[in-house]
Design a protein around this ligand. Sequence first.
Ligand SMILES: *Cc1c(COP(=O)(O)O)cnc(C)c1O
Length: 397
Amino acid sequence: MTERFTGSFTQQEPLPQEAIDAAMSVLGHGRLHRYNLTKDEVGETALLEQEFARMTGARYCVAVASGGYALSTALRAVGVQIGDPVLCNAFTLAPVPGAITSVGAHPVYVDVTEDLRIDLDDLAAKSGAAKVLMLSHMRGHIADMDRLKQICDDAGITVIEDCAHTMGADWRGTPSGRHGLVAAYSCQTYKHVNSGEGGLLITDDADVAAKATLLSGSYMLYGRNGASPAPEVFEKHKYLTPNISGRMDNLRAAILRPQLANLSAQIARWNERYRRVEAGLGNTPGLTLIERPEAEGFVGSSFQMLLLDWSDQKIEGVLAACAKRGVELKWFGVPEPVAFTSRYDSWRYSAHESLPKSDRILRAIVDMRLPLTFSLEDCDLIARIIRDEVSKAYQAP
Ligand SMILES: *Cc1c(COP(=O)(O)O)cnc(C)c1O
């Protein structure tokens, strides 16, 4: 009998009851705007900022409308100007080159390695080309942050971390997002906490925090933010920083707070699922798995594998055969971009040099979501189906 999987790769868990209750309470009082507070009320958004700052160990936090908004705000707050080059990963998602382009700057892509991390040799070689690196921990794969920091410190490069896939992850015990000057997180439905849309920005730098708050649209009410610098710092920037509205609201903050409190339990569940898929796929002929370094505390919310040097036709065959059996895989390397596929050469609004080393790897990346609605047995079944179809295709002439 041919086994089939019948679950959905895009079905999230329902929100926890506490989040639903908190949302009802906000809906009941009607003060959804973050600055609409009663006397002495702190507000859900400010509380979220305090809690996320505490969780990451950052001095300051600003809650905003999306992860992509947090990225563009970070670029503005560190002073990126029109025409500036900004280094970023060749393997990333469209909001990263999008954020860079939105401030009039242009991306300079750095190669990806076979283990899906930024190529540190290529970064070192290009370190003279820009003053800012927007580092994507794409699909949760964290580069050797000790070496990366050394390269960037030596070259005077400011690092902005894109932690859309590493909320709750760490490198040698330091939370992801605490190695650079600023970090941006996404609270979008497919990330680690779910408010539909939403973003968080953290930093220890008071000037960056004040500018990010003013940029986010604080209407000079920044005294009501939850984890922000002293009023004197705002005095320096308040006449010089435009208001580019992109605030978070109290409804989203209310549903995020209970999810943040429960994040480590969710991470354990994701990683259990990840390890089951990984174990089921070990030693499949033709399939390359991604090794996870010891120093990396990752969140296995998605799974990547490589069909290195396979023909397009054969990769398409595997995906179609898996899809027929209910296993929805995404080929990041598909020549024509669809949905969330990620190839730098499809972002044609800015010039790029060709990266043959990355092209070979990007072509090979197959990606799968691991929603927490999957049971461990689901993960075993999914792995058996992929293993079966990859082996068959590999052995075929
Ligand atoms: C989702 C994502 C973002 C941006 O998040 P949004 O909240 O959708 O704007 C940025 N970078 C990566 C790698 C992402 O996957």
